[in-house]
Design a protein around this ligand. Structure first.
Ligand SMILES: [Zn+2]
Length: 428
């Protein structure tokens, strides 16, 4: 395999360095490195980050290839600077058996754009009634370590307890979509001033917070590990902060859209803003940013949720919930966390690469930019400013809330084990 020299990059936004890749591995980091026999990428002071890792992606295959496939989703991921994604289990059929997770794993291998680690369902058919074959999925070629019924909440406390007990044996984790179903029946948006004015069914914060409170206590009782998907309220932050201070083994994620957007946008009735959990208030957004900065929230996860045009281009009440996010995540984090002074680039690398890989026990990703490490890298032009144009997305879907919005930063290169998957902002 060939050599690549990345010349003059700000490693983690700090010192300007050259990075030499030979084959799949970083072999030298320093200044004034020789470019002999190497293809040169002139970084010109761009920010070099470890390849991003997304713990929460919906790739939709098998079953909803009209919205995304493993191939198009991994192309979107590479475009956004990702070198690994965890694929959620709410496909058709549901990824609740060794057969389905192995299929997704194999499709990921074939795509070549980023590594795909399947997530297994907690319950059969995501129905919340009976535990899926967690052990068989773990023992399969896919080596599943993260289990989630995401899209639905594991609302039965006994089932949740059993799942936590089961995954403990092999160091797995249950990722909970915290949504008390009865409290959110008919819910269309955040419950608050705006929902009252618009007359739309409200989604109270307590529907999320009550499940998180229950699950951190269950994790403590069982001595197991729990991960909370897409925190969206200030109260959820308080509960996770309390749980961590008590020594409970809990981790949490926040999506880019919950760091930037509020329920005021729902006044437009544009279904592109319809998402689960819903956009909340300014107070929640600020609490989530602060929690991501201080480590209460461990990671950023996209909850990339592609939907075909017809499922979003309809009236608010009928529209599907979810937004695409892989291709804009780093830009939103730059705007909300870096340009506000809440995080530096090393902090971003921790929360978008190292920690998601650690939570999912994914080897070979989230590693430091250092000699001997796999060359999974992302080069970001942080000075770039431009409007989001969904026509240029690699994803099969276009349901972005950022169309026409100016966001900073642009991924110019992504390397997966030394091979460029994105060159000069275009898929290789
Ligand atoms: Zn979810």
């Amino acid at each position: 395999m060939s050599k690549t020299l990345i010349r003059g990059a700000k490693v983690l936004g700090g010192e300007v360095q050259d990075v030499l890749i030979d084959g799949e591995t970083i072999v030298q980091v320093g200044s004034g490195l020789s470019d002999e026999g190497a293809e040169v990428v002139e970084a010109d002071g761009k920010v070099l980050l470890p390849g991003l890792v997304d713990l929460h992606t919906h790739l939709r295959e098998p079953g909803r290839e009209d919205s995304e496939t493993v191939l198009t989703g991994t192309r979107a991921a590479a475009s956004g600077g990702y070198t690994a994604v965890f694929a959620m289990a709410n496909t058709f059929p549901v990824a609740d058996t060794a057969g389905v997770v192995e299929q997704v794993y194999r499709l990921g291998k074939e795509s070549g754009y980023c590594d795909v680690q399947p997530i297994g369902a907690v319950t059969v058919g995501l129905e919340g009634k009976k535990l899926a074959e967690l052990g068989a999925m773990h023992d399969s070629a896919a080596g599943v370590k993260v289990f989630s019924d995401d899209g639905k909440c594991v609302d039965d406390a006994v089932i949740m307890r059993r799942a936590l007990e089961y995954v403990k044996a092999f160091g797995g984790v249950v990722a909970q979509h915290a949504q008390e179903p009865r409290l959110t029946e008919g819910a269309q948006m955040n419950e608050g001033v705006v929902s009252a004015e618009l007359g739309l069914g409200g989604w109270p914060a307590v529907a999320e917070e009550s499940i998180i409170a229950r699950d951190v206590l269950l994790a403590e009782h069982v001595g197991s590990r729990v991960h909370i998907c897409h925190l969206s309220t200030a109260g959820s932050v308080e509960i996770v902060r309390w749980a961590k201070s008590r020594g409970i083994d809990v981790t949490a994620e926040v999506t880019p859209h919950h760091l930037l957007l509020t329920d005021e946008l729902v006044r437009s009735y544009n279904p592109v803003y319809k998402v689960n959990p819903p956009l909340r208030t300014e107070k929640d957004v600020l609490a989530l940013r602060e929690a991501l900065a201080d480590g209460t929230i461990d990671i950023v996860a996209t909850d990339h949720a592609p939907h075909p045009h017809e499922d979003k281009d309809c009236e608010w009440a009928a529209a599907a919930m979810g937004m695409v996010g892989l291709e804009t995540a780093l830009s939103v984090v730059q705007q909300t966390m870096v340009e506000t002074g809440l995080l530096d680039w090393a902090g971003v690398a921790e929360r978008m690469s190292a920690k998601p890989a650690a939570i999912g026990r994914l080897e070979g990703h989230g590693r430091p930019i250092a000699v001997g490490e796999p060359a999974n890298l992302t080069l970001l032009d942080a000075a770039y400013r431009g409007q989001v144009d969904p026509a240029g997305f690699a994803s099969r879907s276009r349901n972005t809330p950022y169309e026409g919005r100016e966001l900073p930063g642009r991924v110019t290169h992504t390397f997966l084990r030394g091979r460029a998957t994105v060159v000069d902002g275009k898929l290789a």
